[in-house]
Design a protein around this ligand. Sequence first.
Ligand SMILES: Nc1ncnc2c1ncn2[C@@H]1O[C@H](COP(=O)(O)OP(=O)(O)OP(=O)(O)O)[C@@H](O)[C@H]1O
Ligand SMILES: [Mg+2]
Length: 309
Amino acid sequence: MKANDGIKTEGPKYRSSDRVRADRTDLLYKDIPEGGTLMSIKDLRVVYQTDDSEMVAVDNFSLDVKKGELVSIIGPSGCGKTTILRCIAGLLQPTSGTISMGGKPCTAPGSDRGMVFQDFALFPWRSVKQNVEFGMEVAGVPKEEREERAMRYIQAVGLGDFADSRIHELSGGMKQRVGIARALVMHPAVTLMDEPFGALDAQTRNIMQEQLTRIIMHSERTVIFITHSVDEALYLSDRVVILTKRPSTVYKVIDVPWNRPRDRACPEFTKLRRDILDFLESQNVMSNDSGTMTKKPEKHLGDMFRSKE
Ligand SMILES: Nc1ncnc2c1ncn2[C@@H]1O[C@H](COP(=O)(O)OP(=O)(O)OP(=O)(O)O)[C@@H](O)[C@H]1O
Ligand SMILES: [Mg+2]
């Protein structure tokens, strides 16, 4: 475990003999080497029941998540990305299929999976700092350490001047940054991020992407990241999982071969982004109403795609 997570830190030193703390669930899986399988999702299927019908949102979704990687999930709007993340978080029971971490089934929410929600899900009656401190309060972290850690992450997301503000006083982008600080401060074994930068303006979004890149480069963070932005996925990820239109299933897994920080302007980046965009566009125009994908010839999806399947 590296002591620094890309944000200036003088936090407590954890030795392997220490008891795992509820606010440091990354330590629960310290025996899994970086690059080893941390989470395994097999044959996930989610069927939503409505009044008079049922709708298959996710079908046959399988993915192994490696320790220390950032894996992005990208797919057409409404294809089932949030549904998959909610299953991983234990907030939704899949109709069938399994999710496990370190070989143990994940069937309920747990602090080893920290979630940044698409719709913020903050406590409106608490200040920014109190929101970020919440998980640490529950875990029994002493007040002084709690405040120091909360302030470090609040500053990292650029909200140092708003620590005592109420949630209703913030813009959408600021709220999302509170949600990000709240998740990261807990050092979950896996951080689940549902379009965390979607509500941010372009400039703040770039700053947040760079900040996340720094955190990834200097720590063993494992992140599952949902985004609509191909550019963002390629900038941040070790792997990009491309989903089909609903019911979502894995279409391709792409290894992103470039070191960080990345150059968005380089020809390889631009080419791969274009290829993925072409595929996603084909998903919106080439699917019939039942959500069954009509396969388009893969003329754009040539060499750059290195499927894992
Ligand atoms: N609780 C629910 N009950 C019934 N249908 C639902 C429920 N939640 C989601 N759905 C449906 O499941 C499908 C997938 O929804 P989901 O929110 O997972 O998509 P998404 O890929 O995250 O979309 P977006 O990119 O717009 O965020 C959608 O058609 C949605 O209407
Ligand atoms: Mg969603």
